[in-house]
Design a protein around this ligand. Structure first.
Ligand code: PEP
Length: 256
């Protein structure tokens, strides 16, 4: 079986000033800044990217953005492009987060353009596929995930898949304290890997990391991370405080 190194990514959302972000990562770097058996990514708001980049310089912690615009430059007031993120030393970017889909009306087609723009600019997209409570209760989970994944990955090559990460996020578990059961999460992760086999190849599917996102905390992480197809976490609330984030990274290290 292919060994996939676990990945823990912190999505700070609209939290932390440049100074607060630098202080948080300075604490992280002090404890997990040399870790090599887990990939650690922090995704501050745009305004803190530069200060955080400086604070993680020389450590193994990597920098991600929370969004990007598909175009490289132009008349897109308020937007940030992939080359701008690269210039700040970002290596990852979250694409299609549920909050972007629901609050900012991002469609699968637009999300696909962002995925392609990220890859073209050597940024690794963390493509979120999300499911609402109504969809789960209607038994539509797998269909919804399939539709988002097929649309989001249009035009992505087998080779590019090596640089892409997928995050499965049940919206009803995001910031709510409700967590999907390990069986519920593993079922969807295994389904996603099966779909990647069909869309690409078995070796490609075995290499792609699939993260779980939705109230992952130090208390529930070990069980989730022990699942065969759960390769890490996209962490919201618990990434805003050094202690809980470090515990999650340590849980990923122990689960490898
Ligand atoms: C998220 O927003 O991606 C997320 C998983 O948030 P939380 O961990 O707070 O549920």
């Amino acid at each position: 079986m292919t060994h996939r190194r676990k990945l823990i990514a912190g999505n700070w959302k609209m939290n932390k000033t440049a100074a607060d972000g630098a202080a948080l990562v300075t604490e992280l770097v002090g404890t997990i800044g040399k870790i090599t058996d887990v990939d650690v990514v922090v995704c501050p708001p745009f305004t803190a990217l530069e200060s955080v980049a400086r604070a993680i310089d020389g450590s193994t912690v990597k920098l991600g953005a929370q969004n990007l615009h598909p175009e490289s430059s132009g008349a897109f007031t308020g937007e940030i492009s992939a080359p701008m993120l690269r210039a700040l030393f970002a290596t990852h970017v979250i694409v299609g987060h549920s909050e972007r889909r629901s609050l900012f009306a991002e469609t699968d087609a637009f999300i696909n353009l962002k995925v392609l723009a990220a890859l073209k600019n050597q940024l690794r997209p963390i493509l979120c596929v999300v499911e609402s409570l109504a969809e789960r209760e209607a038994g539509a989970t797998l269909k919804v995930v399939q539709t988002q994944l097929e649309a989001g990955l249009q035009g992505v090559s087998k080779e590019q898949m090596a640089n892409l990460v997928i995050a499965y996020e049940p919206v009803w578990a995001i910031g709510t304290g409700k967590v999907a059961t390990t069986d519920q999460a593993q079922e969807v992760h295994a389904f996603i890997r099966g779909l990647l086999t069909k869309l690409f190849t078995e070796p490609v599917a075995q290499r792609v990391r699939i993260l779980y996102g939705g109230s992952m905390k130090p208390a529930n992480a070990p069980e989730l991370l022990a699942q065969k197809d759960i390769d890490g976490g996209l962490i919201g609330g618990a990434s805003l405080e050094a202690r809980s984030f470090v515990e999650l990274v340590n849980a990923a290290s122990a689960a490898k």
